[in-house]
Design a protein around this ligand. Sequence first.
Ligand code: PHE
Length: 487
Amino acid sequence: MTEISRNERLVLLFLKSASRKVREDEISIDGVDGRGIASAISYLDRKGLISVEKSYDVRYEATEEAKRYSEKGLPEERALDLSRDGKISVSEIMESLGSQEGRIALAQLSKLGLKPRNGAIDIADTEKIRKILRERREALKSIISGSSTDSESIRHFLGRGGLLREEKKMIRIVSINSSGFDALSSTGDEESLDQLTTEMLETGSWKGKKFRRYDISMPVTPVNGAYYHPLTALIKTIREIFFDMGFTEMTGNYVESSFWNMDALFIPQDHSARDMQDTFYVDTNADEKDIPGDLEKRVRRIHERGFDGYKGWRYPWSESESRKLLLRTHTTASTARYLYEHNGPPVSVFSVERVFRHESVDWKHLAEFHQIEGAVYSREVNLSTLKWILSEFYKKLGFRNIKLIPSYYPYTEPSMDVVVLFNGKEIELGGSGIFRPEVGKILGLKAPAMAWGLGLERLAFLYYDLEDIRSIYNSDIEWLRRFTLKI
Ligand code: PHE
């Protein structure tokens, strides 16, 4: 037997006594509001107890502009009122109505046969036109007040654009069917109750009452739940790829010393990347304790004089320059710290973290972005293993056609950039290389180490097929909803 609620029963009774098709908004039941009725109708429909047809009510809502016209007069009416000596000049219309309404007025008047000649409109005989315009304004007023559905005027104003908004509302037309009659007779007159109240429990009046059973098989409308942001989803995928390959995740600081961001990586102190043009500096300096004294000595020695036949950069290294704090420009700063602080080989480590650069933002550049950093410190490290890891990583994300091209970084030799072909252009995804012996010496490495730093947003932009890297951060709700990777 189909269980029905009190509201459903009342709606069925209403339909029974109406004994015809009824518009949803015609149903009125004491003590049940419109929402209660609408939801009862939906349930009765799903239970197959009523027949439902859909029809659409179209209403026209006037915009602010239409309301203004109905009070002040239509632009074409106001233009006609400017006439002097049987003429109105175009420039006067534009001046008095402003260029936007002036243009509308001219277009409407010309449709009525009043076209400007030599910069003016001749309006010798315009009584008829004035009458048309008066009627037009009256029609607009009655559309606004909702008292007119004159289709010709509605078409006119819709065609002008910006004056009327069409509002379509779905109305259900319902009638009780034979299953509905059966349901009514089988539930009898006695209502089954929807709710058990505290009062019923206290007084015991629930005893002997009939309660409606929950129907847990009823379909419910799915709600828009929480999803990962596409970028977060991609980070998750990337982290899983590295975890699967046996990597450990590291974290670093947004604010870093020049020492770890540059000096420890053997970047000379006059290198252009240190420039204010490229790097955001912080006003304060790093704490002395932050940079181990013996390491500082080693960095000075290797920058100034090198070691074992490596010549160094041959300039006086400045301690105060290395203490300057900055917003890290690359996550290779974390790699340097990590390799210095951890024993190995072997070490394989990665991070997906934010970096900052003084860049002008455009379709493929951001000033704040993430790098997919990784490093392997092992006797197995060589150019082939580096190529293999990078291709393997991109392959797992679906990019088979990456290219590795020779490049230069002050801390790696050889160095390679990763590029992909995209819309006929080569897009650079990041850099990589095998650390130079000088870096190995500074960090105290006993075997070769390789590293890479790849742009996350550039990758996301290709992965999600975007036209502009900035759209990742635009929070366009439609775009976000397309990615339904559940949390
Ligand atoms: N740190 C480099 C960059 O930000 C990338 C890189 C990382 C290059 C590791 C070589 C080795 O562009």
